[in-house]
Design a protein around this ligand. Structure first.
Ligand SMILES: NC(=O)c1ccc[n+]([C@@H]2O[C@H](COP(=O)([O-])OP(=O)(O)OC[C@H]3O[C@@H](n4cnc5c(N)ncnc54)[C@H](OP(=O)(O)O)[C@@H]3O)[C@@H](O)[C@H]2O)c1
Length: 250
């Protein structure tokens, strides 16, 4: 099995938004980046754009709701590189944007969603992408990191995932990000002693398809904490939640 010398970062949902910008900034720091995308064509296009900037980025397909897709990615990573140093669990969905009638699924138009009407399908799809995806992918990649005695995992969370500040609306998204933060804590405790650091990051409200054009932050600024946590030194923190490079309350 070839073991490449360069540190290798895997970014989920790398074809657009914060995943794309994280891929760019990690590659600019000298890492090789595997930008993953559930649509292989979009992934290829995104990786080509970054390669044209002189960055070392390749794209591999990955749908994080599909266990087979996850397993084949990990097999390919083993085969092609023999290592994964950094995992950025970035891909997510925000499905609470329409208010649906709980009984007949009629769409009542744009809104923020309500816990009083959120459907089982919205909850299940959101949890599948935003929580089970990062958990199961980390589960597959941690053994490679243990072999390396090095690993940095960043779970891209949100201020909506801050349990100490929880509020109404956007129920599926909020609940999923609180759960993702729990994933960070549980992993951090179980992987102690292997030089694998796992943390949650709140990027802030950023101009992407998810954040919308009215968001105050450019993606370039929003990914700063994600990139910083991806490249922490060995004595860096683990099992914490960060915004603007500072620890925040869960
Ligand atoms: N933007 C903000 O203001 C903001 C604020 C706080 C936190 N965040 C968090 O930051 C992260 C990135 O958000 P963003 O604003 O860049 O969102 P975005 O522009 O909507 O991009 C989301 C990415 O996730 C991918 N994705 C969705 N479902 C997937 C699946 N099943 N398998 C693989 N990839 C999947 C999308 O792929 P497709 O292109 O195929 O759909 C896309 O690449 C998310 O975790 C989000 O919750 C964002």
């Amino acid at each position: 099995m070839p073991v490449s010398k360069k540190r290798l970062a895997v970014v989920t949902g790398g074809n657009r938004g914060l995943g794309f910008e994280t891929s760019r900034q990690l590659a600019a720091k000298g890492l090789k980046v595997v930008l993953t995308s559930r649509d292989p064509k979009k992934g290829k296009l995104a990786a080509q754009t970054l390669s044209q900037e002189g960055l070392d980025v390749v794209s591999y397909p990955l749908d994080i709701t599909d266990s087979e897709s996850m397993c084949s990615l990990v097999i390919q990573l083993q085969r092609d590189f023999g290592r994964v140093d950094v995992l950025v669990n970035n891909a997510a969905v925000l499905l609470d944007t329409t208010v649906k009638n709980h009984y007949d699924e009629r769409d009542f138009g744009p809104g923020e969603g309500s816990v009083l009407t959120v459907t089982r399908s919205t909850m299940e799809e959101t949890m599948s992408v935003n929580v089970y995806g990062p958990l199961l992918l980390s589960q597959l990649i941690v053994p490679m990191m243990k072999d390396l005695k090095y690993g940095r995992i960043v779970n891209v969370s949100s201020n909506f995932g801050q349990l100490s500040n929880i509020a109404g609306q956007w129920p599926a998204y909020r609940i999923s990000k609180v759960a993702l933060n729990a994933v960070t804590g549980v992993f951090a405790d179980e992987i102690k002693g292997y030089n694998i650091l796992i943390n949650s990051a709140d990027p802030g409200w950023a101009k992407t398809d998810m954040g919308g054009p009215g968001a105050p932050l450019a993606p370039e600024e929003a990914v700063d904490t994600i990139v910083w946590l991806s490249t922490l030194p060995d004595d860096g923190p683990s099992g914490k939640f960060f915004r603007k490079r500072r620890v925040i309350a869960w």
